[in-house]
Structure formats: structure tokens, C-alpha cells
Design a protein around this ligand. Structure first.
Ligand code: G5P
Ligand code: MG
Length: 223
């Protein structure tokens, strides 16, 4: 049994707002396990699991996968992390998912990255991803050291099937109708913290300062 307090944090924001990029920075400084629903789904598609094959067309079209499927998948992974603090990225994104999570765990903080849609559309068409790890690059913002290859493994980078301009528009629309109400859900609970801007490098120091203040005991190197 762990004697440490467990912290449960969610990172939210529209598609392409920088959830993956900011999460990578958070887990370098804080002892949180990063769980990304999109990375888990893409790993299933890549491995051609039954679930992956069923969900692929939904994801490629920029639609959300069914609530019961994703809630079961994520809650199973969270149960396996019972004694760790975690950072959840991409889940919940409907009120029904937020309620399913709330039934199992109470959330300490929700970090909301508020980035304008126009900025996002420009970013996503130049994103490159290392599918096995979920590491993301951007031709202008954080290019890989060797073009087309992952910095850590040297494996090839790919463009996500759902990053075409039409699909990005559909993902943003689904964010507005299905995910924005989740922000209200957490605002009412008093745990929502919004960070606004158009550049991750400007947003990040505010996120870092907030986490240092709120969760000093989970900084890397603090026993
Ligand atoms: P995902 O995988 O959760 P999205 O759409 O929520 O996907 P996404 O696209 O992964 O979010 P992100 O993580 O918010 O975006 O952003 P990122 O990857 O860090 O940054 C985007 C790009 O911008 C990168 O190239 C990065 O390098 C660059 N960048 C970052 N900061 C800057 C900057 O300051 N300047 C510049 N120029 N560039 C920058 O979900 C995918 C699909 O899975 C299903 C759905 O179908 C969904 O569409 N799904 C779910 N369905 C139902 N319920 C759920 N809970 C689901 N979760 C996933
Ligand atoms: Mg992401």
C-alpha cells in the first residue's frame, strides 16, 4: 500500500491544442503516469486488434468512438495504476465519460488548454507522429533531429490519418458540441484551470508554475 497521496489530473483542450506536447513536459518534471486515450486507440489500430479494427473508421472520420467502449478501456488501465498519480489526456470528452470517471475516482485538477481553432488548423497539417510511443513533432515548431525519424528510436514517423483538413474541421466541430460541456462539468466542481494562448512555449511556464504550487510532493526528485 502506498503512503503517498495519489493525485489525479486531466489535461483537456481541442484537438491539436498541445495536450500531448504539454503532457510530455509534465511527466519530465512530475511523477505522474501519462495515459492518452488517442495513443491507446492508435496502438490498437497499429497492432490490428479486434478493438482497433472496429474503431479505425470512426477515428479516421474524426468521430468519437462509443462512450461505453472507451470508458471501459480507460477505467481498466486506471485500475492497473491504483497506487500511482496519473495524468489523463483525451479522456473524458463527453459528459457521459466524465460521469463514468467520477463514479470511480475524484479528480484533483483539470488543465484546460484554450487555443484558437485557426492556430490549430495550421499546426495539425504539419504534425508527424511516432506511433509506438505517441511522441509528436512539427515541421516548424519541434522538428525531429533527422527528418522523418523519431529522435529516440530512429524509427519512421507518420502523419495521422485523421489530420487531413476536412477531418480536422470535423474533429473541432465534435469538440464544440460534445466536449465543451465537459469543461462546464469540471468548472462546476471547482477543479477547472484554463490556460489560454497560441504558443505552447508561452503556455507551458504557467502550467508548470501551477503544478509546482498545487502538487509540490510529486515533483521528480522529491521523495
Ligand atoms: P486524440 O489522439 O486524443 P485529439 O484530437 O484530442 O486526439 P491531438 O490531435 O492528439 O488531440 P494534442 O495532443 O492536443 O492533439 O496536440 P499535440 O499533438 O501536442 O500538438 C499538435 C501539433 O502541434 C504537434 O505537431 C505539435 O508538435 C504542434 N505544436 C504544439 N505546440 C505548438 C506551438 O506552440 N506552435 C506550433 N507551431 N506547433 C505546436 O484522439 C484522436 C481520436 O481518437 C478518438 C476520437 O476519434 C479522436 O478524434 N478518441 C476518442 N473517442 C471518444 N472518446 C474519447 N475519450 C476518445 N479519445 C480519443
Ligand atoms: Mg494528443
Amino acid at each position: 500500500m502506498s503512503l503517498h497521496k495519489i493525485f489525479r489530473v486531466i489535461i483537456m483542450g481541442p484537438p491539436g491544442s498541445g495536450k500531448g506536447t504539454v503532457s510530455a513536459r509534465i511527466i519530465k518534471s512530475f511523477l505522474l503516469k501519462h495515459i492518452s486515450s488517442g495513443d491507446i486507440l492508435r496502438a490498437n489500430i497499429n497492432a490490428k486488434t479486434e478493438l482497433g479494427l472496429l474503431m479505425k473508421s470512426c477515428i479516421d472520420q474524426g468521430q468519437l468512438v462509443p462512450d461505453d467502449v472507451i470508458s471501459r478501456l480507460i477505467l481498466k488501465d486506471l485500475r492497473a495504476l491504483e497506487n500511482s498519480s496519473w495524468l489523463l489526456d483525451g479522456f473524458p470528452r463527453t459528459v457521459s465519460q466524465a460521469e463514468a470517471l467520477e463514479d470511480a475516482y475524484s479528480v484533483d485538477s483539470v488543465l484546460n488548454l484554450n487555443v484558437p481553432f485557426q492556430t490549430i488548423k495550421e499546426r495539425l497539417t504539419s504534425r508527424w507522429t511516432h506511433l509506438p510511443s505517441g511522441r509528436v513533432y512539427n515541421i516548424d515548431f519541434n522538428p525531429p533531429k533527422v527528418p522523418g525519424l523519431d529522435d529516440v528510436t530512429g524509427e519512421p514517423l507518420v502523419q495521422r490519418d485523421d489530420d487531413s483538413p476536412e477531418t480536422v474541421t470535423r474533429r473541432l466541430r465534435s469538440y464544440e458540441t460534445q466536449t465543451e460541456p465537459v469543461l462546464e462539468f469540471y468548472r462546476c466542481k471547482g477543479v477547472l484551470q484554463t490556460f489560454s494562448g497560441t504558443e505552447t512555449n508561452k503556455i507551458w511556464p504557467h502550467v508548470e508554475a501551477f503544478l509546482h504550487k498545487k502538487f509540490p510532493s510529486i515533483q521528480q526528485g522529491v521523495a
